[in-house]
Design a protein around this ligand. Structure first.
Ligand code: FE2
Ligand code: FE2
Length: 287
């Protein structure tokens, strides 16, 4: 029996005042003084409850099986929304924070890390920040495969995974959630089969919306029924000014990661979600 555990995560937004920040990050000031940035309560929650504790649990679950990491982009905050930075983080700072954030992934069972390039606004354009962070991580761990591209199609132990940062809108109302994802997924499967002459992937992994989506589509193509899943993972970042506006004042936020067991090339669904939902409203009562 061949078993591998896929770990899916995205939107860490390193450099954002509420983004993922390793407490072991060591930055250098412009006067060449090393310092460790302080974590706020949200960042401690993200680091411990939404990132390192789930990774520890996944490691136990994986046992002797390899762990394959898929990172769906926006690993840094970039320079478009500077007002939301931790202090005044530079390009170099953000690359170092990403490197420190990825350090807990390096265990004996790690097989590979694949990275999708995220939104240009969050990587200083053209994937610059994510490519630089990948190079830093690869230099520190030369024996591990760490691959990066905008859009990938990987055969992971017989399971085809299509990964890119931008995907379908999760849905503007709770009762509409997943509708756009299913249309998108059916289209992706048909494009793979009918336009590109390829077998549809089993998993289409997307990110960007900082929300949790898991949808399945069965589609007849060329006389054969294919079944594929679309997964979008929530972020490891809190809600800043921009996100409050973009979500039109969402009352809660979901953070965390996702893991999928693949046995003999077949992904086992539903996936295991290591996510937490937090009500972000200030509760008050008078008198
Ligand atoms: Fe993002
Ligand atoms: Fe994005």
């Amino acid at each position: 029996m061949d078993r591998v555990i896929l770990v899916l995560s995205a939107d860490h937004h390193a450099g954002h005042a509420l983004g993922l920040l390793s407490p072991y990050t060591l930055l250098t000031s412009p006067t060449d003084e090393p310092y460790k940035p302080n974590l706020c309560a949200t960042q401690q929650y993200l680091w411990e409850d939404c990132w390192t504790s789930p990774l520890e649990e996944i490691r136990r679950w994986a046992g002797r099986s390899p762990i394959h990491i898929l990172l769906g982009g926006d690993l840094g905050q970039g320079n478009k929304h500077k007002d939301e930075w931790v202090r005044q983080t530079t390009f170099a700072d953000q690359a170092k924070i990403i490197q420190a954030n990825l350090e807990p992934l390096f265990t004996r069972r790690l097989e590979a890390i694949e990275i999708a390039i995220g939104t240009g606004a969050h990587n200083f354009g053209k994937g610059g920040l994510e490519v630089t962070a990948r190079d830093l991580v690869a230099q520190a761990h030369p024996k591990v495969h760490i691959d990066i591209s905008y859009h990938s199609r990987s055969n992971i132990h017989g399971c085809l995974v299509d990964m890119a940062h931008h995907g379908p809108w999760p849905g503007s109302r709770q009762w509409l959630e997943g509708n756009a994802a299913r249309y998108y997924l059916r289209d992706a499967m048909m494009r793979d089969h009918n336009v590109l002459g390829k077998e549809p992937s089993k998993i289409y992994f997307r990110a960007h919306y900082h929300y949790k989506v898991c949808e399945r589509v069965g589609q007849m193509l060329g006389g054969k029924i294919y079944e594929s899943w679309l997964i979008e993972v929530p972020s490891l970042c809190g809600l800043g000014d921009y996100a409050h506006r973009a979500t039109r004042s969402a009352p809660f936020i979901i953070n965390g990661i996702c893991a999928i067991e693949v046995i003999d090339g077949e992904p086992r669904f539903p996936p295991r979600w290591f996510t937490k939902t937090m009500d972000i409203r200030s509760e008050r009562s008078y008198p």
